[in-house]
Design a protein around this ligand. Structure first.
Ligand code: ZN
Ligand code: ZN
Length: 360
């Protein structure tokens, strides 16, 4: 170790670190890259107040804390000071987390497995038309994922056959494993891999799901999409995803909404744009122009005298609903003047008169 006692101050730890780092620096004669690395790792733990507080509460799972004098210690040669670290049994903190971090740091140990495991989240894409986005829609979405086994009801074994004490751990759910590390020798309490720490194993695992409590199948989720949903919006259905193992709970379902382009309307957030063909009469005589909005509702507008076709006309509240509210965006009209392809002699004459009348 760094050769400091548990009660060592930060300064003492820093000093000890510098001394050892100097001594074992790979560039030095007598340096040792592996030991240098280990010293650095130890310092990262002990030099960090927060981490140290965790390890100071660690004692419960260390046996004693005395370093063995024997040669089996892979870190032999380090000065562990007066008996090295002695770890106090402490309260608080998640022991598993501490185990994980310490063993990960020193390359040992493994992840704690759970008797049950939570299902994964599932993402599906749902295409809607603009009309559906306008009105809102309720759909039964079907997709393939792991679903609860119908035979055992998701627990993974035949319930009526019951469970017995785990043979591997004798029903304790945990196994004691001796470890030698840089910090000294201590025994780690490991979760039993056979019963996942429960201490019980089923008498008759479910054959249908091979004991996992789930099978690959089809899930149907009914989802109601509110009016005004926009392209790319995501709807979360809590628990609508994959079923976990042995009753571990479902993941969530994320529905990514894609809105198909519309033949006539173009959407910009809650506003819509529409190109409308108009006749000369509608343009010049202020005759009503009939239109249908995205909801299929008919309405009409008149083009005011002097209106420029380069402008767009705003029709308030004829756009898309604003998601989550009763308000609607606006509709913007762009006009496309229909020019007659053929003019009769009479039409030409009348247009000539019109031209004169307008006094150009
Ligand atoms: Zn089953
Ligand atoms: Zn067991």
């Amino acid at each position: 170790m760094l050769g400091v006692s548990k009660s060592a101050s930060e300064d003492e730890i820093k000093k000890a670190y510098r001394k050892l780092a100097h001594q074992y620096h790979p560039d030095k004669a007598g340096g040792d890259e592996k030991k240098f690395k280990e010293i650095n790792e130890a310092y990262q733990v002990l030099g960090n107040k927060e981490k140290r507080a965790q390890y100071d509460q660690f004692g419960k799972v260390f046996e004693g804390g005395d370093m063995p004098g024997g040669g089996a210690n892979p870190f032999e040669g380090f000065d562990f000071g007066g008996g090295g670290f002695s770890w106090n049994a402490g309260m608080g903190g998640d022991m598993n987390d501490i185990f994980e971090s310490i063993f990960e740091q020193f390359g040992g140990g493994g992840r704690r497995q759970s008797a049950s495991s939570h299902g994964s989240d599932v993402e599906i894409i749902q295409h809607l038309t603009l009309e559906e986005a306008f009105r809102g829609v309720t759909r039964d979405l079907e997709f393939k994922t792991n679903v609860a086994c119908a035979v055992c009801g998701g627990i993974g074994y035949q319930k009526e056959q019951g469970q017995k004490d785990c043979a591997k751990c004798g029903g304790r759910g945990e196994l004691r494993v001796e470890r030698r590390t840089f910090f000294g020798r201590f025994s780690q309490v490991q979760q039993c891999p056979d019963c996942f720490g429960v201490g019980k194993t089923p008498n008759a695992p479910c054959a249908s799901c091979k004991g996992t409590g789930r099978v690959f199948g089809t899930r149907t989720v009914r989802v109601t999409i509110a009016p005004g949903i926009d392209d790319g919006q995501v709807i979360k259905v809590h628990g609508g995803g994959e079923t976990g193992e042995r009753g571990g709970g479902n993941g969530d379902l994320y529905i990514v909404v894609k809105i198909k382009p519309h033949a006539h309307f173009t959407r910009v957030k809650s506003d819509l744009y529409l190109v409308k063909k108009i006749t000369l009469a509608e343009m010049l005589l202020e005759r009503p122009v009939k239109l249908k909005d995205i909801g299929g509702e008919e309405f009409s507008i008149t083009i005011p005298a002097g209106f420029s076709l380069k402008e767009k006309m705003r029709v308030p509240h004829r756009g898309m609903p604003k998601f989550g509210s009763a308000a609607r965006g606006d509709l913007y009209l762009l006009f496309d003047l229909e020019v007659p392809k053929h003019l009769s002699a009479k039409a030409k004459k009348l247009l000539g008169e019109l031209n004169d009348e307008l006094g150009s």
